[in-house]
Design a protein around this ligand. Structure first.
Ligand code: FES
Length: 570
């Protein structure tokens, strides 16, 4: 075992050793716990403002049991928590800030290995990214999904149900009181969203990357097996420190390719594109937007909302992610030797995984959706790329030419969308600007724009929508996202005007603005960049954020600095 970095704090008998131990002893820690045993940080995103992670103090106790059993010293510490449902303007604005908190909290403290307690959407990438820049042994424990929502005898999925019901209220087919009644039926237990939204997707990414233990993705938050998983993670991280299993040994290019194919097989969120690219760049893997096409040959196997019918609880009972990974492995679509945090290869973990319910986890022979994954579009409207999730789109709209109806920002969208005088029908292409990383700022989840009321009232449920924003993982529709460069950075999206014709051809991976280059140049000459925010983190963010195709990290955070022991200050 390498010399433990915690011993630079706790190991000496000089003044500094006294100081470091003495203050820690005020918490009731016996002297012999500073004897050179691995110190395990438990990086906790608990917060009552992040309801999806509100059970994490309890979960941390199970991690501590495991750490102590294995002969380690667990020390829990808080980091900035990002609650998707409350944090404004968007939790994504603070993903990179939280990752800085994580990185510096780990590096600046006597920590040898770290458990990352992750759950609500952005908490997972934020903690993985921060830890990756330190590259210590790390193991992620997801908090688990909520139990299935139930409303009037039917299942009700987090997020997805809101999008559906709010459109029904606008269309006049659901009453306001029914809508309010559904609130307490949807999110009725601890845990994160139980659709295959961003949180469930990222928990699956944790498992497919090898950064979590088997079944990390799907055990419900309230199931005692989630506590067992946390307990076992506590035991295992101590061994990982002793064996020096740093993150770069797990987060290899092969691991990212496994995760991309897994994302396709589970019908995962488009948000994973941005998060995995950012994570890869922290650990030194050159993952590109085009690499997401690896998922194009993978069918969607998992029949979960928003693309399908079931929810995460059903997914766990059907066999969970191991049953999906096994099928990928059998089809030659998994790098079988990729190392995982339990010390085994990913194939060793899943080669015998059962599938108990082929309605929920379908097979390659009879897949839920033959075309899945993320399609990467290019064209004069998105020179650096854009993405669409075909499995969540309407098949007939995947090739479409229509007249643009442009909204310059989210405020204009909301002000005009239900205006009867808005010249729009279902054949139009809705275009939203100012929702990208710099634009909003923070890269908001507004890409799945609400449809105009007058279109909804015709019974139409989908239109082509294009923006530089993101979409909630629980949302659906023919929605082109992450257009890069974004409008606020002067991308061609900034130059689109109402009345322009736009062509979308997903099979050809094409997104074209049917306006001449000369006309676009004329418009560009008149374009003015938006004013940057006056001060504070907003300003730092806007000045340094990278575009969507680069993972929307801050430019100065890309890469890693390892975890050298900082200079002593006493
Ligand atoms: Fe937290 Fe959906 S709001 S995971």
């Amino acid at each position: 075992m390498r010399k433990l970095r915690s011993q630079s704090w706790f190991g000496g008998n000089d003044k500094d050793g006294f100081i470091h131990r003495s203050w820690m002893k005020s918490q009731g820690i016996p002297h012999d716990e500073f004897d050179g045993r691995p110190v395990i940080g438990i990086c906790n995103t608990w917060s009552e403002l992040t309801p999806c992670n509100a059970h994490f103090r309890e979960l941390a106790e199970y991690v501590k049991r495991g750490v102590r059993e294995a002969g380690g010293l667990p020390l829990e510490f808080p980091v900035m928590s990002l609650g998707e449902s409350n944090l404004r303007p968007t939790a994504m604005l603070f993903r990179n800030l939280a990752s800085m908190d994580v990185e510096e909290s780990i590096r600046g403290n006597p920590i040898d290995g770290v458990i990352l307690l992750v759950g609500c959407d952005k908490t997972t990438p934020a903690l993985l990214m921060g830890a990756a820049s330190c590259n210590l042994p790390a193991l992620a424990v997801s908090g688990g999904p909520m139990l299935n929502g139930r409303y009037r005898g039917s299942t009700l999925g987090s997020g997805t149900g809101v999008w559906q019901m709010s459109e029904e209220v606008r269309a006049g087919t659901m009453s306001q009181q029914e809508f309010i009644d559904a609130e307490s039926c949807m999110n009725r237990s601890r845990g994160h969203c139980m659709t295959m939204g961003t949180a469930s997707t990222m928990a699956s990414m944790v498992e497919s990357l090898g950064m979590g233990l088997p079944h990390n993705a799907a055990i419900p938050a309230v199931d005692a097996r989630r506590q067992v998983l946390a307990h076992l993670a506590g035991r295992r991280i101590v061994e990982m420190v002793r064996d020096d299993v740093t993150m770069d040994k797990i987060l290899t290019r092969e691991a990212f390719e496994n995760a991309i194919r897994t994302n396709a097989a589970i019908g995962g969120s488009t948000n994973a594109v941005v998060h995995l690219i950012a994570l890869a760049k922290r650990i030194g893997v050159d993952l590109k937007l085009e690499d997401w096409e690896l998922g194009s040959s993978v069918p969607c196997l998992v029949n979960l909302q928003p693309s399908g019918e079931y929810l995460m609880e059903d997914f766990y009972y059907a066999g969970g992610l191991p049953a999906v990974l096994r099928q990928l492995g059998e089809q030659g679509l998994l790098h079988r030797d990729a190392l995982t945090v339990n010390g085994k290869s990913i194939w060793d973990n899943v080669c015998d995984a059962p599938n108990y319910d082929q309605k929920v986890i379908t097979t390659f022979a009879e897949s839920f959706k033959p075309h899945a994954g993320i399609a990467v579009l290019r064209g004069n409207l998105a020179p650096n790329g854009a993405v669409i999730k075909p499995s969540a789109a309407t098949t007939s709209l995947l090739k479409h030419r229509g007249r643009a109806v442009v909204f310059e920002n989210v405020e204009e969208l909301h002000a005009k969308i239900d205006d009867d005088s808005l010249d729009i029908d279902e054949h139009c292409v809705m275009v939203l600007k100012g929702a990208g990383p710099k634009g909003y700022p923070g890269f908001a989840e507004v890409g799945n724009m609400p449809l105009p009321k007058k279109v909804l009232q015709k019974g139409i449920t989908d239109m082509v929508r294009i923006s530089d924003g993101r979409m909630s993982g629980t949302a659906y529709g023919t929605v082109v996202l992450h257009v890069s460069p974004e409008a606020a950075a002067g991308g061609p999206l900034a130059l689109v005007q109402t009345g322009d014709m736009i062509e979308l051809d997903v099979d050809a991976r094409r997104l074209h603005l049917d306006v001449s280059d000369e006309e676009l140049e004329r418009r560009r000459a008149a374009w003015q960049a938006p004013e940057p925010p006056a001060r504070g983190y907003y300003r730092l963010y806007v000045e340094h954020v990278l575009q969507a195709d680069q993972g929307a990290d801050l430019d100065f955070l890309v890469g890693a600095s390892g975890a050298p022991v900082p200079r002593e200050s006493h």
